[in-house]
Design a protein around this ligand. Structure first.
Ligand code: CA
Length: 225
């Protein structure tokens, strides 16, 4: 994991750096706002540990600068004990979490991991299955080099299938995934059937293989077998 530590208290900065480096993380450091802004414009980080009170300005500027990038970086505010406003402002403008000084290093690690986990689950990382490539949040799918567009439900269904290969997915589970607890199960089975039918047709028309297998009476399985 690539970490940027922004902190002007030298003792704290070096103890965080030593501890995190010892667990196998790679750490860059910045002791000023200017240095932090330079680091984020030159590098990509999995997580930024961010002190708000910096000698040459306010750490919120780092959060604002990150929002302008299309980033998948977790931001963890390192906050002084009496700065509730800073924490709330930070969370409002895009930080993921905060930790209050003083803290124990194992707690810091736990927070970093939880922030990184949350980020990576929403990260716009392509989902790939053989010749199929799906970009989360974009309603398109690639079959090799060919692009095809998907409806929102087809996209959600495709994400679900590609994330659960080689497993029998019951119609109930698919309905719950697509419509949540409010799914009217009886009706939704017909919708699932037609979405699956359309998806298969789109994939095959684009030259893809038919990976969506019906499992009679139960549901579907996404598999290359
Ligand atoms: Ca400070």
């Amino acid at each position: 994991m690539n970490i940027l530590i922004v902190e002007d208290e030298k003792a704290l900065l070096s103890s965080m750096t030593d501890y995190l480096t010892g667990t196998g993380m790679h750490c860059d450091t910045a002791e000023t706002l200017e240095a932090a802004l330079l680091q984020i414009s030159n590098n990509d980080y999995d997580c930024i540990l961010l002190d708000i009170g910096l000698p040459d300005g306010n750490g919120f500027k780092v959060i604002e600068a990150m929002q302008e990038k299309d980033h998948a970086t977790g931001i963890l505010i390192i906050s002084a004990r009496n700065s509730l406003d800073d924490r709330l402002t930070g969370l409002n403008i895009g930080a993921d979490d905060y930790i209050t000084k003083p803290f124990h290093m194992p707690e810091l690690i736990a927070r970093i991991k939880s922030v990184a986990r949350r980020r990576s689950s929403t990260e716009r990382k392509a989902l790939i299955f053989h010749e199929i490539k799906l970009i989360p949040d974009e309603m398109v799918m690639y079959i090799g080099e060919k692009m095809l567009s998907l409806t929102k439900k087809e996209h959600e269904l495709m994400v679900y299938l590609i994330n659960n290969p080689n497993r029998v997915l019951t119609k109930e589970a698919i309905a719950e995934h697509l419509w949540g607890d409010h799914a009217d199960i009886a009706d939704s089975f017909d919708f699932i059937y037609s979405h699956i039918k359309n998806l298969r047709k789109k994939i095959i028309d684009c030259g893809g293989k038919d990976y969506i297998k019906s499992v009679y009476g139960v549901g579907y399985k996404f598999t290359a077998e």
